[in-house]
Design a protein around this ligand. Structure first.
Ligand code: IMP
Ligand code: MG
Length: 193
């Protein structure tokens, strides 16, 4: 069993999602955006965010898989389920759980841009920006987090922990043998109070 350290409590997530909802509502006033949730990790974030946005909007889902071991990403992305909506001439807001290396967002962004949206932005709950390997624009960020492997509120480790109502960091020793080295001390950002 892995040890999990509390990083962001549910109450902080709830408050921040409401703020993001207000900011997005104000930026999209008068428009009818489509929120594109990237499965599976963003399902809880989408569920809370859609209720925090008070401009009319649609939702749709895109499912991608990132190849690699459970915690280290190879950079190869495969489309598992495509949108049901034509996003040509629409304002599209991608909803992600986390932007880490940026490779997945770059792939999704390039793919969606070929379909001719009026605008294309991303809102990500978490931004692990010190791990970024590609320079890709990120529009709305819930929390910038340190270089730790995190779970909960939709994010998984080997398909577990998505149901945790908070964001937790897996203990480094839990990740040993899984081909990962997560060196961040976690002290750079403390969201607990
Ligand atoms: P990327 O490195 O930005 O392409 O992110 C690839 C994917 O890896 C994300 O969409 C997440 O599904 C997953 N991922 C990255 N960091 C974490 C983490 O700390 N916990 C759980 N999943 C993660
Ligand atoms: Mg993901």
């Amino acid at each position: 069993m892995e040890r999990i350290e509390l990083l962001i409590p549910g109450s902080k997530i709830e408050a921040r999602v409401k703020e993001l909802g207000r900011e997005i509502s104000s930026d999209y006033r008068g428009l009818k955006p489509i929120l594109v949730s990237i499965l599976k990790g963003s399902f809880l974030f989408l569920a809370d965010l859609t209720r925090a946005i008070d401009v009319p909007h649609e939702i749709d889902f895109l499912s991608v898989s990132s190849y690699g071991s459970s915690t280290e990403f190879s950079g190869v992305v495969r489309l598992l389920k495509d949108l049901g909506t034509n996003i040509g001439d629409r304002d599209v807001l991608v909803v992600e759980d986390i932007v880490d290396t940026g490779l997945t967002w770059r792939y999704i962004r390039n793919n969606l841009l070929t379909r001719g949206p009026t605008s294309l932005r991303i809102v990500t709950l978490l931004d692990k920006r010190e791990r970024r390997v590609v320079d890709v624009p990120v529009d709305y960020v819930g929390f910038v987090i340190p270089d730790r492997f995190v779970v909960g509120y939709g994010l998984d480790y080997q398909e577990r922990y998505r149901n945790l109502p908070y964001i937790g960091a897996l203990d480094d020793s839990s990740l040993q043998g899984s081909g990962v080295s997560y060196q961040g001390s976690g002290k750079e950002n403390d969201f607990r109070n």
